[in-house]
Write a protein that binds this ligand. Structure first.
Ligand code: ASP
Ligand code: MG
Length: 482
């Protein structure tokens, strides 16, 4: 059998400077000597923010901001090109960077003219940073003696037409991506793929949403049935807690797909929340590594039995809001009310992060991201207009000052007393618990507290469960049983 493919994804900071790109190139070259490799790149750090800000400035009619952003984008990329590449290559590549930026500039100036920012045009222009990064990486590899070619995600990943967060069709993508990439791989060429970008069946460009190039990499890895996916980033891997909250946060060497997915869904920033879905089913292992310190072990994500009982990591999310709905009498069916509310969220394409219900007083609440509140409320007020007008429902309440924390671990399953310990630890620090949820998979206990108490609650659980460094696994296990 031929050697399985390795997909390597480099995040924004891992290609964020000439030195970083040179390091990335070294890492790719080392692997490409041993096995087939495909690379997925993000834009250089901050570039996507700047591109999107330029388009917003266009919509607002701010010509000065548009032009100064365009100039800054050009300066930064050309400087990187000049520093990264040998002179004989840099000239031609600079001209191609200018071409890529010119087509972006046309879109931005068009928006300026129309004072409009159509989502379809945004998705076409947004992956400009990825296009340049893929060009720079492939040219730097070629200069290094590794044959490489940049490939656009629009030619590989097939999605629906949900702009700024498109959903991939995996089977069609597998066919399209292998038809495009397999011949290159067979010839020993390393494809350098633009992350974040995709296209519909009709070829209309889409994006996978902010931070979506992790998802691009996992879609490509699944499509090509890769042996492994390595995600190169600027942190050591998945930690037991945000190190800005607990300075003794510990690096987790191995986590399961479920644990990693729960952690990223509930606020851990290492991975885009959708990354793991295409991989888990095919059991393609993921290795998260720090491109600034490639010698460090990183975190491996794969299916395995978790020996350690109890919580493995704790994560938190702010910028969320709790929407509460309460019937004023018992004349409305709680279940129907919840069904209608969920329908509203689904229609508004809003993700409900947590939902809880008290059964006697017909009251329930949904946690959503702050930026989604207006969209859900509009739908809810429309859907429940009659009930609200006639007083069957209390006015819908929204609490913006909340935060979510989640304790995650496969070993939480069937550990009695765990929830009690978490709640006690939080209450000892005088933090009030607003809502609680645990799914029957028992993988996560999610707790809503006041936003200002979030850090206190997270660090309380981190130390109660002895997740920090300097605690051995046996001590942790012992403490879980005590
Ligand atoms: N460059 C895109 C962003 O900043 C995609 C990514 O980096 O994952 O959102
Ligand atoms: Mg990212």
């Amino acid at each position: 059998m031929s050697t399985p493919l390795l997909v390597m994804k480099f995040g924004g900071t891992s290609v964020g400077s000439p030195e970083a790109i040179a390091r990335a190139v070294g890492l790719v070259a080392e692997q490409a000597r041993q096995r087939p490799v495909a690379v997925v790149v993000s834009a250089m750090s901050q570039v996507t923010n700047r591109l999107l800000a330029t388009l917003e400035a266009g919509e607002q009619g701010d010509a000065e901001a548009v032009e100064s952003n365009l100039a800054a984008l050009q300066r930064a990329h050309l400087a990187t090109c000049a520093e990264l590449l040998p002179q004989d290559r840099a000239g031609g590549v600079s001209a191609r960077i200018d071409e890529i930026l010119d087509s972006f500039a046309r879109v931005a100036r068009g928006m300026l003219l129309l004072r409009e920012r159509p989502p379809r045009a945004v998705d076409e222009a947004a992956p400009t940073g990825e296009r340049i990064a893929a060009l720079l990486v492939s040219e730097a590899l070629a200069a290094f003696g590794v044959s490489a070619k940049s490939v656009s995600g629009t030619d590989l990943i097939v999605t629906d037409a949900t702009f700024d967060g498109a959903n991939p069709f995996l089977e069609e993508t597998a066919a399209k991506a292998s038809a495009a990439l397999q011949p290159m791989l067979d010839e020993g060429v390393v494809p350098i793929i633009t992350g974040y970008s995709a296209a519909t069946r009709e070829g209309i460009p889409t994006t996978l949403g902010r931070g979506g190039s992790d998802f691009s990499a996992s879609i490509i890895a699944a499509a090509l049935r890769a042996g492994e996916l390595w995600i190169w980033t600027d942190v050591d891997g998945i930690l037991s807690c945000d190190p800005a909250i607990a300075d003794d946060a510990r690096l987790l060497a191995d986590v399961t797909y479920n644990e990693a997915a729960e952690l990223s869904y509930n606020g851990a920033k290492v991975l885009h929340p959708r990354t793991l879905a295409p991989l888990a089913e095919l059991e393609i292992p993921v290795h998260i590594k720090n491109s600034f310190h490639p010698e460090r072990p990183g975190t491996r994500i794969f299916n395995h039995r978790v020996e350690q009982p109890g919580v493995r990591a704790i994560t938190s999310l702010s910028g969320v809001a709790l929407i509460s709905i309460e019937a004023s009498g018992l004349s409305l069916s709680g279940a129907q009310l919840m069904a209608r509310a969920l329908e509203c969220a689904a229609h508004a394409k809003v993700e409900v992060l947590l939902m809880t219900r008290s059964s006697f007083r017909q009251n329930f609440c949904m946690l959503v991201r702050s930026e989604d509140v207006a969209a859900v409320l509009d739908r809810l007020r429309e859907e429940l207009a009659l009930e609200l007008a006639h007083g069957y429902l209390h006015p819908i309440e929204v609490d913006h000052s909340v935060g979510l924390l989640a304790a995650v671990g496969e070993g939480m399953r069937g550990t009695p007393g765990l929830a009690g310990r978490l709640f006690t630890a939080i209450s000892k620090r005088h933090v009030n618990i607003i809502a609680i949820a645990q799914g029957s998979s028992e993988l996560t206990i999610a707790i809503v507290v006041n936003e200002q108490d979030l850090r206190t609650a997270v660090s309380a659980i981190h130390s109660e469960c002895r997740l920090g460094r300097g605690v051995s696994a046996t001590q942790r296990a012992g403490s879980e049983r005590s």
